[in-house]
Design a protein around this ligand. Structure first.
Ligand SMILES: Cc1cc2nc3c(=O)[nH]c(=O)nc-3n(C[C@H](O)[C@H](O)[C@H](O)COP(=O)(O)OP(=O)(O)OC[C@H]3O[C@@H](n4cnc5c(N)ncnc54)[C@H](O)[C@@H]3O)c2cc1C
Length: 512
């Protein structure tokens, strides 16, 4: 059994780690020889932070973020801000709470994931570019170009492409995904209307505009938060060629046009060009081929949501694909991947479109922004938007009428005879978790008949679900079944019985 992932960006690496938790041979094919140093994401938020915490990686990412991360977090705490919408720094506390944001460069995250993948035994082949693929009922065959030979040692020759067989293929190969283009995936959406740049550059006048987001007659210019970091948005249509290198003159001209100053670019450390086309694959599955991350959805970077979406895809897909690939769960479990994740990305696409609409120059947008800002001064409206941006209000449609089921489970703590147990720590195994809560007053008393039955039932799924029993002052129910991705699958109050819920999410019991 081998699963191949095309793309060794954050989503491909995260998905690979998830699969290795189930012992599956996992090969990541990444065309770049090393991690891309170009400036990209600068922060992870909401459920993305929780996803890392539930796999024991949040501390490593915090460490990688270093002083800059702490300084940025302190600043946000000081001002009571959790994030922005269209450059309006108004978002306050969300419903779920938790750590609001991990301001960390995408490269630092990729380093952490790369190391974790190596620890778990993922085979990451860097410098291996997938050229094409086809599938049949038994699997997928890929044609791959290996690393270019050393041009000096082996002048003129080319690496021979090789074939690789996979039982399943995951396309995590970014917005222009070759995997998506080669499969039965439509990619509908809207075209870009802006040209944006993100850069770190040396300017002759670093204070050419005030720090923060500046809305001007021809677009937006963001100065900071780090020295030299710039973000520009111009409403002159999408770039003619997004691949062409950005010259200092191009960046300088855009800076001057938007800011109305004569600022000069002395040197560029890193720069990227982007637009706001918003497109999404109509399905995330074509037979044995699945899409995750930017390969499944693209949108503008406003509000910093792409990584969260992609990490969420990887967390949702990993255990489902692992259980189906191992023959433990029926194929239909994989269909819940598109059903659950497609609406989440569709919502992000829409909120990024709305953010671009609110950036458009002109008096009509000025008026709209004014009204929007006033609305967000109201606590309810502010929380609603913050919850949407952070995914705090996310609830998968599991068919249950209970509000808790399908929602992200808070980090529950149980006091067990062996000591305290934290849900986020238990989830590091990548297995489902059944938390059974005994009475606070009589923790040592015999279990209630219900609790004893739940524990006995879960034992039949012991290779996929772990059980913890203890007292708790915070647990929302006498028993909670949490999926490996941290979402509630069942509680003691559920309409479904526990065996039904276990069978639905984890396949038949052992030996069935
Ligand atoms: C300017 C900018 C700012 C952003 N800011 C934020 C932010 O603050 N917060 C946030 O959450 N998100 C942000 N994003 C979005 C975030 O960077 C992306 O969502 C994220 O990179 C998606 O990860 P991915 O692994 O799906 O795709 P990618 O990071 O694109 O990785 C895909 C990988 O596949 C490889 N690949 C492609 N084709 C092949 C092939 N044929 N064979 C082998 N390998 C292949 C590529 O080399 C690449 O390494 C920002 C994006 C931009 C452009």
């Amino acid at each position: 059994m081998r699963i191949v992932i095309v793309g060794g960006g954050p989503v491909g690496l995260m998905a690979a780690c998830e699969l290795r938790l189930y012992g599956i041979e996992t090969v990541v094919l990444e065309r770049r020889p090393d991690i891309d140093p170009t400036i990209k994401a600068g922060a992870i938020q909401g459920r993305g932070v929780d996803a890392l915490d539930r796999r024991g990686l949040a501390d490593r990412v915090r460490e990688a973020g270093g002083e800059r991360l702490l300084a940025f977090q302190n600043l946000m705490r000081q001002h009571g801000i959790r994030g922005h919408f269209s450059g309006m720094f108004v978002l306050r506390e969300g419903s779920y709470g938790g750590e609001p944001m991990l301001p960390v460069a995408q490269q630092a995250l990729e380093e952490v994931l790369n190391k974790r993948a190596a620890e778990l035994g993922v085979e990451v082949r860097r410098g291996h570019r997938v050229l094409e693929w086809h599938q049949d009922p038994d699997g997928v065959t890929l044609r791959v170009a290996g690393p270019e030979p050393d041009p000096e040692a082996d002048a003129g020759s080319e690496a021979d492409p090789y074939e690789l067989h996979a039982d399943w293929l995951v396309g995590a190969d970014g917005g222009r995904s070759l995997v998506r283009k080669g499969g039965a995936f439509a990619f509908p959406g809207t075209d870009g209307i802006i040209t944006g740049y993100q850069a770190v550059a040396e300017l002759d006048d670093p204070d050419f505009v005030p720090l923060g987001w500046n809305r001007r007659e021809h677009g937006m210019v963001v100065n900071g938060p780090n020295p030299g970091r710039l973000l520009l948005v111009e409403f002159d249509g999408p770039p003619a060629d997004r691949e062409a290198p950005v010259s200092p003159e191009e960046l300088q001209n855009a800076l001057r046009r938007i800011s109305g100053t004569q600022v000069s670019v002395k040197a560029i450390t890193t720069v990227t060009r982007f637009t706001d086309n918003a497109r999404q694959a109509d399905t995330y599955r074509d037979g044995r081929v699945l899409l995750a991350g930017d390969a499944a959805h693209v949108h503008s970077p406003f509000g910093g949501q792409g990584l969260n979406l992609g990490l969420g895809d990887a967390m949702n897909l990993g255990w489902k694909l692992a259980l189906v690939a191992r023959g433990q769960a029926p194929d239909s479990l994989l269909d819940t991947y598109t059903a659950e994740r497609h609406p989440v990305a569709a919502r992000v696409l829409d909120n990024t479109r709305a953010q671009v609409a609110l950036m458009r120059p002109g008096p009509h947008t000025d008026a709209l922004r004014g009204i929007f800002a006033q609305l967000l001064a109201h606590d309810d409206a502010n929380r609603w938007l913050t919850d949407m941006m952070g995914g705090d209000d996310l609830r998968y449609d599991t068919g249950s009428g209970l509000d808790a089921v399908g929602r992200f489970c808070p980090d529950l703590r149980l006091d067990t005879p062996e000591g305290p147990v934290r849900l986020a720590e238990r989830l590091r195994s990548g297995r489902g978790q059944l938390f059974v809560v005994t009475a606070q007053e009589t923790p040592d008393a015999a279990l209630t008949p219900d609790a004893a039955l739940w524990i006995k039932t879960a034992a039949e799924w012991s290779d996929r679900v772990e059980v913890a029993v203890g007292t708790s002052v915070e647990a929302p129910s006498r028993a909670v079944l949490v999926r490996p991705d941290g979402f509630v699958a069942w509680t003691a109050e559920s309409e479904q019985s526990l065996p039904e819920a276990l069978g639905r999410w984890f396949g038949p019991a052992e030996g069935e």
